[in-house]
Structure formats: structure tokens, C-alpha cells
Design a protein around this ligand. Structure first.
Ligand SMILES: C[S@@+](CC[C@H](N)C(=O)[O-])C[C@H]1O[C@@H](n2cnc3c(N)ncnc32)[C@H](O)[C@@H]1O
Length: 211
């Protein structure tokens, strides 16, 4: 596995997150993972960063149990925020409910949209350097849901970088009937930086030594 970052990646989420942080935020020392979940963004990699993990589910909140729409942190409290909101709404059927329990699904697309937008505002507010959001574009109830557009709308500026993570061998359910749309086998990481948007060399500031 190359340690170079590409616009389309096939590695694990943790491998891609480590590369995104190294290449796009080399000047970061602290990270807030706003949706820690099972911690898969950090499994098997060593970023050398100080990571704080929160989740609304107390069993998944590694450090702090909190709501990403109302973060209990001051402005610029972390160098980088990472936000991986639920993708799907819970349709109240077996599969959706299992997904809901695992990923914290919202009851409707409107509620999910509002939560994602509010989460983006908070991710932007508490990050000193910028943020990374992982979302998915997919067809739901016969319509294309473009979460990438929700994020751009919320932040009102172009992304600093987009990287897609692809699963070439997505499992298909034999019960699915005629194919009417493309099956989603990818997710998108959007990175946003504050300040200078040029892709230039950046360094972590040297620690101040008390005299
Ligand atoms: C897509 S999963 C995140 C997966 C995670 N990146 C991992 O590696 O396991 C979404 C997570 O967001 C959490 N969540 C849902 N709504 C939330 C909220 N309002 N505030 C904080 N966490 C929330 C869920 O409990 C779930 O763990």
C-alpha cells in the first residue's frame, strides 16, 4: 500500500485518514473525531496526533459523550476536526434498523440534512486549521442524495481537497430486483482548511520553550 495520497483510494478508512492528515494537515497536533463510533478511523495506524473521540452513543464515546450539533468546546479548540455523520435514514425495516443501531441513523432525510449541516458548522467552529468530512452520495427512495453538496452548502466555500474511497467488491443483496441506479460503492472525504487555500508546504509550529 502506497503512502502517497491519491484522489481515489482503495485502502481502509484509517489508512486514508492517516494520509489525509499527513498531506493536508501536516501542521496539526490535535484532532477531534466528532463521530468516534467503533474507532475504525484510527485502527492499525499511528498518526502521532492527539485524538479526542466523542459520540452521542455513550458506548461509542471514547472520551466525551456529546452531540456534534452542539459541541461542548470553545472556538478553535482543536487543530483539525473529523466528522463522519450517519449516511442513511432509518426506514424502520430490518436492514435499516440494524444500520441505524450501528451508525446512528436519523428518522428522515430532512432531519439527517439538518444534523449534517449543524455538524459542519460546529466542525468549522471548533477547528483551528480545518476539517475533514466523510459523506456519501447515493440513491434513496428513487432520488439522488448528494451529501457532498450538503457539506459545500453548509460551509459556503469550495473544498480544499476531495478524496474518494472505493470498495471495488461491494456485496450485492440477491433480493434486489431490477437495477435502476448505480449501487454506491464509494464514500467521499472533503477537506476544508481555514485561511490560505493554496497547497503549500506547512509545518507544525515548534513547541514554545519556557525561558
Ligand atoms: C458513520 S458512524 C461513524 C463511524 C466511525 N467513523 C467509525 O470509525 O466507527 C456515525 C456515528 O455518529 C454517531 N452519532 C449520530 N448522531 C450523533 C450526534 N448528534 N452527535 C454525536 N454523534 C452522533 C453514531 O452514534 C455513530 O457512532
Amino acid at each position: 500500500m502506497s503512502d502517497r495520497l491519491y484522489t481515489v483510494e482503495t485502502g481502509t478508512s484509517a489508512q486514508v485518514v492517516a494520509k489525509l492528515l499527513r498531506v493536508l494537515f501536516p501542521d496539526a497536533a490535535t484532532v477531534l473525531d466528532m463521530t468516534y463510533g467503533s474507532g475504525s478511523f484510527w485502527r492499525g495506524t499511528d498518526t502521532g496526533l492527539d485524538v479526542t473521540g466523542i459520540d452521542i452513543n455513550p458506548q461509542r464515546a471514547r472520551d466525551v459523550c456529546a452531540d456534534f450539533t452542539r459541541l461542548p468546546f470553545r472556538d478553535d479548540a482543536f487543530d483539525v476536526t473529523i466528522f463522519d455523520p450517519p449516511y442513511h435514514t432509518d426506514m424502520g425495516r430490518g436492514k435499516a434498523s440494524v444500520m441505524g443501531a450501528r451508525f446512528g441513523a436519523y428518522p428522515s432525510l430532512d432531519r439527517l440534512y439538518t444534523a449534517v449541516v449543524e455538524g459542519c458548522f460546529e466542525a468549522d467552529r471548533v477547528s483551528r486549521l480545518g476539517m475533514i468530512v466523510k459523506v456519501q452520495d447515493y440513491v434513496h427512495s428513487s432520488q439522488l442524495v448528494e451529501m457532498t453538496q450538503w457539506v459545500r452548502d453548509a460551509l459556503e466555500r469550495p473544498a480544499y481537497q476531495r478524496v474518494d474511497i472505493v470498495r471495488p467488491h461491494k456485496l450485492l443483496d440477491p433480493k434486489w430486483g431490477d437495477q435502476l441506479s448505480a449501487y454506491s460503492n464509494s464514500a467521499t472525504f472533503l477537506a476544508f482548511r481555514h485561511g490560505d487555500q493554496r497547497h503549500i508546504r506547512r509545518r507544525r509550529p515548534a513547541l514554545e520553550v519556557a525561558s
